[in-house]
Design a binder for this molecule. Structure first.
Ligand code: KIV
Length: 270
């Protein structure tokens, strides 16, 4: 079996992802604008326009105040920048509290953006809503485990799957979501044993974040993995670049050169 290490050349669809389960890990990152989406284009199978943008991009302390209008704007930008990855719209808190709301808001996503799928947080209690969306032609990724939109109701970010009882409840959630028609499930913030057992129990791909290696794919928030978001750094984040330090160094050099009247030199002058 050959593992894809080169650029992705064809538009990624639901079927592409389903074929990868059990064969080759799926790669996903977040993006919030056309510039970064363009850099990620062709490099990963999926881009998530995550409501994490409320924290890393907008400076709020959690994701709950993100609105449909903000998500639509950022998703349009990402769709302008990337043509090959599957682009996933993260449904913001309050946009899918009933099946009717979810249907109205996801229809808006398809009408106003080129996103191919939406992501919804929640377990078995969201199965009816997901079935309604899928029956109406919306592609849905579910999201279980640590659910950032539940931070206030749960009193913090709680790692799941620490007991057999909790693992079994997560497995029941995953099965209910698969039966409802979700085509993939994000598994966030759980013990790796829980993620492994869920992945073995369902036939749709699992995408892990803080869920260990025994899943069908991984997702990271771009500003975490490239070292731009400094407010906090969860254990599961591997930093692939020291982005903040590099920006500060470049900016410091620019400031010093401007102060010393070294910039712009002749080379940068008409
Ligand atoms: O909003 C987001 O970026 C997410 C990921 C953490 C999966 O939901």
């Amino acid at each position: 079996m050959s593992i894809q290490t080169a650029k992705i050349e064809k538009r990624v669809t639901v079927r592409t992802l389903q074929k990868l389960k059990g064969k080759e890990p799926i790669t996903m990152v977040t993006a919030y604008d056309a510039l970064f989406a363009g850099l990620f284009d062709g490099e990963v199978e999926m881009i998530l326009v995550g409501d994490s943008l409320n924290m890393s991009f907008f400076g709020k302390k959690d994701t709950l105040s993100t609105t449909m209008d903000q998500m639509i704007y950022h998703t349009q930008a990402v769709c302008n920048g990337a043509k090959l990855p599957m682009i996933v719209f993260d449904m913001p808190f309050g946009s899918y509290m009933t099946s009717e709301m979810a249907l109205k808001n996801t229809a808006r996503v398809y009408q106003e953006t080129d996103a191919q799928a939406v992501k919804i947080e929640g377990g078995a209690e969201r199965a009816d809503t997901i079935k309604t969306l899928v029956d109406n032609g919306i592609a849905v990724i579910a999201h279980i485990g640590l659910m950032p939109q539940h931070i206030r109701s749960e009193g913090g970010y709680i790692i799941r799957g620490k007991s057999e009882e909790d693992i079994l409840s997560l497995i029941e959630d995953a099965k209910a979501l698969e039966n409802a028609g979700a085509f993939a499930i994000v598994l966030e913030g759980m013990k790796s044993e829980a993620a492994r057992r869920i992945t073995e129990c369902i036939s749709i791909p699992t995408i892990g974040i803080g869920a260990g290696v025994d899943v069908d794919g991984q997702v990271l928030v771009w500003s975490d993995m490239f070292g731009f978001f400094e407010a906090f750094k969860p254990k599961f984040v591997k930093q692939y670049l020291d982005g903040a330090a590099q920006i500060r160094a470049g900016l410091g050099q620019y400031r010093d050169e401007v102060k010393a009247r070294e910039f712009p030199s002749q080379k940068y002058t008409y």
